[in-house]
Write a protein that binds this ligand. Structure first.
Ligand code: PMP
Length: 436
């Protein structure tokens, strides 16, 4: 047994089992759309570390910024100092926000912490407690966010009592509802068999009175719950309902933000401005950084000193975020995202149905490079079988989502035309392999 294999075995024994893992690969380096194992094997990475490395692994511009910052200042604690990379980041981020009104920021480390920061702000600013979440949502695994996560019971089972005051409304999707298949633009929300607007109104009438409800939180494109795009008028209606009931709207753009859907933030697809927007993942190309943005008048309702944390808005992570945003502009990442998205959608939609056995069907949906492939009429575990096939026989990494038989494609937004064409062939071979 090699020293490396011994180390892997040792690590496997001593890393908590609670951290599930979809592969046993030990990776050593990453470059662009590829990761390399310690044994030198190269994989085409269409997971991007769950939508994080939007600029690709180790983008040279980001690497340089991080190296320079690490040698200059590595910790500029936010409750003690301002630091230049954070100030610069605010200057760069503000014009990229979905609305000018979103002008005041707070930085943290992870998506979960930022979601909790949004909940704290909503509660403090409104002096109300309850939060309405959508079915199938993923907001994190801390005590607070696990209480708001409804994509899978495993996250909360056995860890209760959960945070009280969380109420669930149906997300505007169900896979029985034919109107949802593939084309949210053509869906009339009134035809959705989930009847989501009425259901939300019922939550206000039956479960959580507007006078007790601080906020509704939504992933504008649902992530772990199945890469589901809501019907085109849903977010605008949601905004209206929140305004009518004097309830804040929080957009959790942890996964859908930073170009993933082909716009900087997914809410821009529907011209909706949330009261609080939560960001993380793609913001800093892999460095732990998250944040919330809101209107100054709302944000400043929190007393000084009630927010903060040792590492929040870390200076090296902020430098990585600044470099990340420069890559977005310099390399026209949004244009690339949309071009590669079109190629993927066209090929997947025309070719996958032809590979499926009789009685099976597929719904290929999403926005930009946040693409879900949901199979129906297939044996349980079919999506995982494809992901395993891709990994074991076609050197490609794919993720599934937590419900239905759904694969998710999350390539870096820097993925090239050639890599996309190559990915399509690997996906087709993996589907063929899984069909058998
Ligand atoms: N919100 C959404 C929409 C997410 O996708 C995630 C992570 N998958 C989170 C929150 C939690 O982020 P983190 O894992 O950084 O705590």
């Amino acid at each position: 047994m090699s020293a490396l294999q011994k180390l892997a075995q040792f690590g496997q024994r001593h890393i908590a089992k609670g951290i599930g893992r979809s592969t046993e690969l030990v990776i050593e380096k990453g470059k662009g759309a590829y990761v390399f194992t310690t044994e030198g094997k190269k994989y085409l990475d269409f997971t991007s570390g769950i939508g994080v490395t939007n600029t690709g692994h180790c983008h040279p511009h980001v690497v340089k910024a991080v190296q320079e910052q690490a040698a200059t200042l590595t910790h500029g604690q936010c409750n003690i100092f301002y630091h230049k990379p954070m100030l610069e980041l605010i200057e760069k981020l503000q014009p990229k926000m979905p609305s000018k009104s979103l002008d005041t920021f707070f930085f943290w480390n992870s998506g979960s912490e930022a979601v909790e920061a949004a909940v704290k702000l909503a509660r403090h600013a409104t002096k109300k407690q309850n939060i309405i979440v959508f079915q199938g949502s993923y907001h994190g695994r801390t005590i607070g966010t696990m209480s708001m996560t409804t994509s899978k019971t495993i996250y909360g089972a056995g860890y209760g009592p959960l945070m009280s005051g969380v109420h669930v409304a149906p997300f505007p999707y169900c896979n029985q509802c034919a109107v949802h298949k593939s084309s949210p633009d053509t869906i009339n929300i009134n035809n959705c068999c989930n009847d989501p607007i009425r259901q939300l109104e019922l939550v206000f009438k039956q479960r959580s009175a507007p006078s007790d409800t601080a906020a509704v939180i939504i992933e504008p494109v649902q992530g772990e719950g199945g890469y589901v795009v809501p019907p085109k008028d849903f977010l605008a209606k949601l905004r209206e309902i929140c305004d009518k009931n004097n309830v804040l709207l929080i957009a959790d753009e942890v996964q859908s933000g930073f170009g993933r859907t082909g716009k900087m933030f997914a809410v821009e697809h529907w011209n909706v401005t949330p009261d609080i927007l939560v960001m993380a993942k793609g913001i800093a190309s892999g460095y732990p950084l998250s944040g919330i943005v809101s209107r100054k008048e709302l944000m400043d309702k929190q007393p000084a000193g009630s927010m903060g944390g040792t590492y929040g808005g870390n200076v090296v992570a902020c430098a990585a975020a600044n470099a990340t945003l420069e890559v977005f502009d310099n390399e026209k990442l949004l244009e690339n995202t949309n071009a590669r998205s079109e190629e993927l959608f066209a090929a997947l939609r025309s070719r996958i149905p032809k590979l499926l056995p009789k009685g099976a069907s597929v719904d290929i949906r999403g926005l930009g490079l946040m693409i879900g492939i949901e199979f129906s009429g297939v044996p349980a575990g079919f999506a995982t079988k494809i992901a395993n096939e891709a990994r074991d026989n076609h050197d490609m990494l794919l993720l599934t989502t937590s419900i239905y038989e759904t694969l998710r494609l999350i390539p870096p937004l820097t993925v090239t035309k050639e890599e996309t064409a190559d990915a399509i062939e690997r996906i087709m071979k993996s589907v063929e392999g899984a069909v058998g």
